[in-house]
Design a protein around this ligand. Structure first.
Ligand code: C2O
Ligand code: CU
Ligand code: CU
Length: 499
């Protein structure tokens, strides 16, 4: 990697942090359709490194801990120090939290930033006042206590900051971590564990010439989502991992703001998906690629046993079609070096888990959410308003408005309609895990990861997806939003209340 590449590619930004009040200055120019097209259609090319830096595995902690949001520094690029945000000193991201289902978590969150922050437990079924609602924030220098019982099945969930209008920047700069729940059903499967179970948090980054992370989206990047040319895994750019000739369980989180990955092995080999957002699938599926949108997780088994020592294999992104700003480039994400012989006898069991299908007939209500852009280009935008290029049902998030009221314990079908849209939107609902009924338009079918419990679902341009869920007994206010974090901060979020 040559230094001038960094400078060339990051020369556009001069301030470390995005100043939202500058947005209205861009709005007038955004009204020109030609420019809009141009802004939407610009993919950010990935710069591949040499995969010579060792992958970092986050340390693990249990549910009794303090997480301190702070400015700190980290070696994202080998031999270089980057200014980042983290939940502990000297590290980007936070430790991996591992708890057993049924256990209590008691996390003290200390906000040592100079702006408000909080923690949302993405995918966990928490009481409303523990959920990290965008309005429940700690002021600078203050703390919040998150205390609740983890009552759900094994799976890889995650946590990240979630203050209204400022989530994208804080997550991009480093405020996220994985949250693993174990249970007996999962334990009985004897899946690869210890050094053979590896969380992989995939994120794309952009940097200043001094290597500090650069979050400074322009108008076009609020449209497409903010993407960077440097792909990191667990906070490390261009990493490698030595592996043994056996099975590994790779627990992948797309923790990127806006980038979608179409994961595959560089030699086109098969791998196995055993779980997704809300835990194990009913049975393992053998696949050669998997699309993973921002916020989504995949539980993968990769078998290195047929490779000889010295083989180098990459997890790559394959090209895909998802609107003009995404998917045009194939690139490498992480290198696996087969370094040592070790036999294991593991084969994924034919049955992994029991998932009770929620019958469509049990739904008492269907709600439709239009998620194609209603704000821009339709002539109805709100002039100099700071937000609203992305909307849900033509509405921009308003903390003082409850958009939907649902009954505790009831089952509903929610329809996300991107059939007229030309951008991808990973839609996420707090408070529950849902099942996906169907997808019409676009890909017209469900993919392997979508046949289990989910909390985030990708809608590519032209697609409509129906999900079904049963609300729990935790009453209060939650949000649903696009997990393209620029879209979320732009207001592509609504509030619902469980009563
Ligand atoms: Cu991962 Cu409301 O978000
Ligand atoms: Cu969430
Ligand atoms: Cu979106």
């Amino acid at each position: 990697m040559e230094r001038r590449d960094f400078i060339r590619l990051t020369g556009m930004g001069t301030t470390a942090f995005f100043i939202r009040s500058s947005v209205p200055l861009f709005l007038t120019s955004c009204r020109y359709d030609g420019m809009m097209m141009n802004m939407r259609g610009r993919p950010v090319s990935v710069i591949e490194g040499y995969f010579t830096t060792l992958l970092s595995i986050p340390q693990t902690i249990n549910g009794q801990a303090t997480l301190t949001a702070q400015r700190t520094a980290y070696n994202i690029f080998e031999g270089k120090i980057s200014q980042v945000l983290g939940y502990q000193y000297g590290s980007i991201l936070g430790s991996s939290i591992i708890v057993n289902s049924g256990e209590n978590i008691n996390i003290n969150f200390q906000n040592n930033l100079s702006e408000t922050s909080n923690i949302h437990w993405h995918g966990l079924l928490t009481p409303a006042n523990m959920d990290g609602h965008p309005e429940d924030v700690a002021q600078p220098g203050r703390s919040l206590n998150y205390n609740f019982t983890v009552l759900q099945r094994a799976g890889m969930y995650w946590y990240h900051s979630h203050p209204d209008g400022n989530t994208a920047k804080q997550v991009f700069l480093g405020l996220a971590g994985v949250f693993i729940v174990r249970d007996d059903e999962e334990k009985s499967l004897n899946l690869p564990f210890g050094e053979f179970e590896i969380p992989l948090v995939i994120q794309d980054k952009r940097i200043f010439p001094d290597y500090a992370l650069d979050y400074s989206p322009n108008m076009g990047e609020v449209m497409t989502g903010y993407m960077g040319p440097y792909i990191t895994v667990n906070g490390v750019y261009s990493p490698y991992k030595d592996v043994k000739t056996r099975n590994y369980r790779l627990r992948v989180l797309n923790g990127s703001n806006g980038r979608i990955y179409n994961l595959a092995l560089s030699n086109g080999d098969f791998f196995t998906i055993i779980g997704a957002d809300g835990g194990l699938l009913v049975s393992p599926q053998t696949i050669t690629s998997l699309m993973l949108g921002p916020g989504e997780r995949a539980d993968l088994i990769v078998d290195f046993s047929s490779y000889s020592i010295g083989t180098q294999l990459f997890l790559v992104n394959k090209t895909f079609s998802a609107g003009a700003s995404q998917g045009t480039q194939e690139f490498k994400i992480i290198k696996f070096k087969v370094a040592q012989n070790e036999k294991d006898t593991f084969t994924p069991p034919g049955m992994l888990s029991v998932i009770k299908t929620i019958p469509e007939s049990s739904a008492v209500k269907t709600r439709v959410f239009n998620i194609f852009n209603a704000g821009m280009g339709g002539g109805g935008n709100e002039g100099m308003s700071m937000r609203g290029m992305h909307r849900i049902n033509n509405k921009t998030y308003d903390k003082n408005r409850i958009d939907e009221t649902v009954q505790a314990g009831s089952t509903e079908i929610w329809v996300f309609d991107n059939s007229m849209g030309d951008e991808p939107h990973p839609m996420h609902i707090h408070a529950i895990q849902f099942q996906i009924l169907d997808r019409t338009g676009g890909r017209n079918s469900l993919i392997s990861s979508e046949r289990g419990w989910k909390d985030t679902v990708m809608l590519l341009p032209g697609e409509k997806v129906r999900v079904i869920m049963t609300f729990g007994q935790n009453k209060g206010k939650y949000v649903l939003h696009c997990h393209n974090l620029e879209h979320e901060d732009d207001g592509m979020m609504l509030q619902f209340e469980i009563v």
